[in-house]
Ligand binder design. Sequence first.
Ligand code: THU
Length: 135
Amino acid sequence: MTDKELLSLAVNAMKKSYSPYSNCKVGAALLCKNGKVFTGTNVENASFSPTVCAERVAVFKAVSEGETEFSGIAVVGGKDGKINGIFAPCGVCRQVLREFCDDDFPIILGESENDFKKVTLKELLPLSFSPDNVR
Ligand code: THU
């Protein structure tokens, strides 16, 4: 699976966004070390706080199917589904990724349907609090 292929799975997932309140559509595609991919999209709620981000939907889908070893994630989003530069994972999603992924975990941030910036989890979450801290 190439980075571009993972990005296009995130773009497809974005199209399923349930976001009637913010109109921000977000898609994520999480690649497992065994090659499986779990996608996610943001799911909003009239009560606002139950809203869940695309990245966490992808992670929780994977974990609930028994997958906890990941080799990368692609994230893409934009207001009204128009990709206009990166839509970086929020702080909560960064912390959720850190639960399962090391500092060097690659994150593909879609800048358009075909272009992306590739960063590591450490770049997005330096000096992280990790499971090692509580072992
Ligand atoms: N959102 C995500 O899906 N992922 C992020 O990392 C940032 C925010 C969603 C949540 C909400 O539905 C909308 O974007 C606006 O905050």
